[in-house]
Design a protein around this ligand. Sequence first.
Ligand code: SF4
Ligand code: SF4
Length: 291
Amino acid sequence: MKEIVIMSGKGGTGKTSFTAALGVLAGKQAIVADCDVDAANLHLLYQPEILEDHNFLSGKLAVIDYDTCIDCGVCRDKCAFDAIDLTDGKYVINEISCEGCAVCSYLCPEHSIEMKDNHAGKWFISKSRFGTWMVHAHLDIGQDNSGKLVSKVKDEAKKLAKKNEIPFLLVDGPPGVGCPVISAFAGVDHVLIITEATQSGFHDLKRLTELIEFFKAQASCVINKYDLNEPISGTIEEFCNGHSIPVLEKIPFDETFYETLQNGKTIVESENKNLKSKIEHIWQFLKNVEG
Ligand code: SF4
Ligand code: SF4
């Protein structure tokens, strides 16, 4: 199985739109994993039928047993994260602030605090409206375990690909260059970078390239909205050439691109034949990259 991750270095470049379109072209040849778990939105275009949903547990959370608590306040005094509030005479754990360190549980004189599994979100196995398998997730508000959830989504997608003998895994990677992105890099065969012709797009492309080179991954690039700033677009091309990253396509700004998305469709479902043929060219290239 070949694993291709689509990354952008920043949000708003069209990364998810391209991933969705490539997934449609790949059809039953690919599983699509939405690893942009902090802001998952591939499902908006795929409108999947959820076949399985699972809880994502990560870390521990302190829970007070009020039947035995004597309101002494030791837990609040000793919590280094200010995660215990005094509300109407009761000591209450703030679930967003609790880091699960267990100090309160250890020091409570009445043994009234238990450390329980923290429910941090959910992950799903689904089939898109095109029949493509997808694995996706939802991280609960205030949870900061997105790197672990990215790994979980990828692992489950790989298992599904193996079980069903599906040759490609397309990963919608998280934006940025932090922990979730590092998780998305594990085991990757090729990185498709979606960038845009802006100064911030170029800046983030350079940071992403450092990571790609660190992981010794193969990469290629698509410049979206290249004609909004052709001088920067030229600079990006030069940069890519200097780092052995082929620029597969330059996509011009096009209203139909955004109208299609607003109608809940992928860009290969748009009326724009030129756009569709460019995406098909990208998929032909990716199909043939070395694993
Ligand atoms: S330390 Fe234990 S007994 Fe004291 S307030 Fe906290 S939970 Fe209650
Ligand atoms: S587990 Fe740690 S962070 Fe959470 S409430 Fe107890 S002392 Fe505070």
